[in-house]
Design a protein around this ligand. Structure first.
Ligand SMILES: [Ca+2]
Ligand SMILES: [Ca+2]
Ligand SMILES: [Ca+2]
Length: 132
């Protein structure tokens, strides 16, 4: 086998791994609760709700910038925090998760798959859904 075709094969297998169920399972671990290899809006909001409760260490029902630890990109704060009080209620957090979800679902099919999760918007979304 020629070197070129071997490299092509290696590349092809790396790409197919990135789109494989195993990869999706590792990326969406604990989020994709029905194990179909994608996250839908309900799964995203359920995961985000748990993250919110975990991050709200003083249990006052809001998350400060400090508690959010960079999960909300600076340029998204005016979207995430419409009342501009520099903290997010759970409702604001979940509304922002919905916004981030729709931004990440680039083909508009109502789910975020492994390929969409690898985009910049996908990574922003996943950060909102993970406690760590
Ligand atoms: Ca799912
Ligand atoms: Ca607010
Ligand atoms: Ca999609």
């Amino acid at each position: 086998m020629k070197l070129v075709s071997r490299r092509t094969l290696l590349l092809a297998s790396a790409v197919s791994f990135a789109l494989s169920p195993a990869f999706a399972a590792s990326v969406f671990s604990g989020i994709d609760t029905n194990n179909d290899g994608t996250i839908d809006l309900n799964e995203a909001k359920a995961a985000a709700s748990k993250v919110f409760d975990k991050l709200d260490v003083d249990h006052d029902g809001t998350l400060s910038r400090a508690e959010l630890r960079g999960r909300v990109p600076e340029q998204d704060w005016k979207i995430a925090d419409p009342d501009n009080d520099k903290t997010l209620t759970k409702e604001e957090y979940l509304n922002y998760v919905e916004y981030a979800f729709k931004r990440a679902d680039t083909n508009g099919d109502g789910t975020v798959d492994a390929a969409e999760a690898r985009t910049h918007a996908g990574r922003v979304l996943l950060r909102l859904l993970r406690a760590r």
